[in-house]
Design a protein around this ligand. Sequence first.
Ligand code: F6R
Length: 595
Amino acid sequence: MCGIFGIVTDKEQTLGPILIEAARRLTYRGYDSVGAATLNGKSIDLRKDTGRVDEVARQYNFAEMTGSRGIVQLRWATFGEPSQVNAQPHLDSDGDLVGAHNGNVVNNFELRQEFMAEGLTIRSQNDGESCVHAVERYVNKGYDFLDAIRLAYGDLQGDYAFVIGKVDDDRLYAIKKGSGLVVGLGVGFTCLSSDLPSILPLTRQIVRIQDGEIITLWADRVELRSVKDGKVIRREPEIVTESMDAVQKGGYPHFMLKEMHEQSQVAREVLHMLAGSHELQGVIEKMRTARNLYFIGCGTSYHACLSGAVAFAQIAGRVAIPVLAPQFLPQYLPAVNHEDVGVFVSQSGETKDVLNALQAAEARGMTAYGLANVIGSTLTKATVCSLPLCCGYEISVPATKTFTNQVVTFLYLAYRLAEKDTAELDRIPDLMDETLKMVASQVAVIATEINQWNDMYCLGYGGTYPMALEGALKIKEITYTHCEGMLSTEFKHGPLSAVTDKFPILFIVPPDDVPLILSGINEVTCRGGRAIAIGEEDSRLRANASELIVLPKATPQISALLAVLPLQMLSYHISVMRGFDPDFPRNLSKTLTVD
Ligand code: F6R
């Protein structure tokens, strides 16, 4: 997730150290490139490259940068690989405007074509550059600067926040549409940022910006206007009293909880991104005509592959083979050829097991696509096309938002393959928020009640089977409890013997399969076990299960996706109750680059 910071001061001065520190305080968001620009009324000084903040700042001597206004940006690649030219900020064609954004402009490709046809100078593939040209085109047509920004807002589709300055001016301007943006008010300066950590060391007086607002910053004041009608909006500043640590976690006690609550927003972003992708149709056609289609990953990403295979078969009637990456080599590699297509799924894009499978598959001629969160990672470079997960940085070791966006992406691909209207999927973000609200207090109580157990099962069927595996993995990973994920119908074939009084078993019930799951539930409850059902409101489940965690009504595939949220939440609560740190479970690492 990129980060932007901008500052307007009342005199020309050395701004470099302020910009470096602001950038350092946004690094928790994840990034691959760093750039800074200062403006002094006559010229723009722009320095940027790929690398860590301290390295790039040292190499390009950011510390000496002077001006009365400054912008710094951390880039997390989505459009265009990590490179100096794609790093932000960007200049307009003549070099008298400079801007940077945070987020994704999903019609970047189309806009670039338009800008080129209009004779503007395009230097990179990055969508941040498109934001600058989107303003420039209206300035060239003679519009006042503020109006040019308002018109640009109408052209830039997606979720982003954008800051821009022009050389012969004393202000910075920003707009917000979907990504975070906060303004800080200090003595002799104002500033803005994607997030509070870069503002709080300078001032604790802030104004939170809403979507559809355009902001003008002078050194001594800010003005908010509605993009829609240009009218001034009055909003009193607030004083932030939270600690820096709490602020970085967005007020949540752990990154995992914060990231779970970000799931709806990142789902919205990936859906926008997929809708705007010009590469997708080619990928879909290739999948349609492939001899065999493989979905390959490890751990949580493998569970997304399983879920994707269910969605492809149920929605598009297309068989896909989900496979754990290391097993791909002995089991399938000998049978692979150039008619086959593989989707290699990895949050980090660096998992050695996945890269080994990818290398071997490509050597046999397979067409390999990637599904990764870290653009610029080895996986994204090695595949013919890689779809971004658009989750921003996931700090917590247990994957949450990257998993749900992997599942959302597979669902979207299945809909497109089936030539089905994807509008239904646009409900997912709201349904996720609704689910979290509906289950929160009940899950917290259940966690207290089953916390004493060090052995449990999590069972699913059809589309909920991958979610059962994922829920069980989360519980194992951060509570250090043995929790086995299984197909619910398999439970009677052996594990049923483990059931004793109050033994906890989670049943994730697909809405269309209630009668079948009821048998499994009764086999457990009649032996004294505690059957915790997760599913839609249903009198049969109420009557037979020990309790029901209710999910909002949705299609079977979306309902399955929603079911993972209470399981993530349950694992989180048990972990915290046991005194563990869910963000950093023992013995584990976020990126597994070893065999
Ligand atoms: C569990 C988890 C891991 C990863 C696995 C693969 O919460 O995160 O199981 O899913 O190590 O990692 P990536 O997706 O980076 O290939």
